[in-house]
Write a protein that binds this ligand. Structure first.
Ligand code: NAD
Ligand code: RM4
Length: 253
């Protein structure tokens, strides 16, 4: 029980890594506030999964790209559970597209959801933690894409480098309040975000072949690392980045 009786907030928690993280937090003893965006039926499933583990959950539907969503999510969590101990910034999009004809709107939306959304949400959660005066833990889902480029990801990789950089600066800004800030850099995890991209058997085989552990990641592979970083077991970690990629990044030569 790494997170016994803690209150954990997760953005983009209806699917993929966010959903697995919310459920893992409950398995580790936390009550969980999940942010979702226009995904009501699936959100209800996540709540049911958390309640089946004997913990409480609330859903807050909002677009993380809007600054007002952040205070709304934190307020809803505080109203339901009284405080915020852990905040996980996970919501993200990656509409794969070539560089030379990248539509302005695709670039803008990707930046606003992935980077501005992480900023607004982290700021709101941090303000609540500072008000409580007992520290806290913030974990952002960055990516291996913070370290390497992607032909169809020129709009996306800068947001993931940005999210990691945000955690580093927040670690500096919030250390005096006992708030730890870290990022997790997943490799390729099979979720809806890359379902179409990996539907091409050649691409999938190529990606799997590059991973020393021989398989794509699962959302649970990331959720367990987030739970560790969120917990007191990682009490002296701040400003760090954990690469969770089955060895893919190391496999160059
Ligand atoms: P996913 O598509 O399965 O899940 C994304 C979640 O974010 C969904 O629940 C979706 O509803 C939510 N979301 C999307 N836009 C939102 C918005 N504007 N406001 C609120 N919620 C919103 O994808 P995933 O793979 O689980 O991605 C989660 C995070 O992990 C993303 O930040 C992504 O960049 C990162 N990541 C994924 C991989 C991977 O290979 N899957 C690798 C590295 C990093
Ligand atoms: C990740 C990483 C994965 C890709 C997803 C969409 O950050 O680049 O390989 O599938 O994004």
């Amino acid at each position: 029980m790494l997170l016994e009786n803690k209150v954990v907030l997760v953005t983009g928690a209806s699917r993929g890594i966010g959903r697995a993280t919310a459920v893992e937090a409950a398995r580790q003893g936390a009550d969980v506030a999940i942010n979702t965006f226009r995904d009501d039926a699936v959100a209800a499933e996540v709540v049911a999964e958390i309640e089946a583990l004997g913990r409480k959950a609330i859903v807050f539907d909002a677009d993380v790209a809007l600054p007002e969503s952040a205070a709304g999510f934190v307020d809803a969590a505080v109203q339901a559970f009284g405080r915020v101990d852990v905040f996980v910034s996970n919501a993200g999009i990656c509409p794969f597209h070539a560089f030379l004809d990248m539509p302005v709107e695709t670039l803008r939306r990707t930046m606003e959801v992935n980077l501005h959304g992480a900023y607004f949400m982290t700021q709101a959660a941090a303000n609540q933690m500072v008000k409580q005066g007992q520290g806290g833990s913030i974990v952002a889902i960055s990516s291996i894409s913070a370290l390497v480029g992607g032909e169809m990801q020129t709009h996306y990789t800068p947001t993931k480098a940005g999210v990691h950089s945000l955690m580093q600066s927040c670690a500096v800004a919030l250390g005096k309040h006992g708030i730890r800030c870290n990022s997790v850099l997943p490799g390729t995890i099979a979720t809806d975000i890359n379902k179409d991209d990996l539907a091409d058997p050649k691409k999938r085989e190529y990606m799997e072949g590059r991973i020393p552990l021989g398989r794509l990641g699962r959302p649970e592979d990331i959720a367990s690392v987030v739970a560790f970083l969120a917990s007191d077991m990682a009490g002296y970690m701040s400003g760090a980045a954990l690469l969770v990629d089955g060895g893919a990044f190391a496999n160059f030569q």
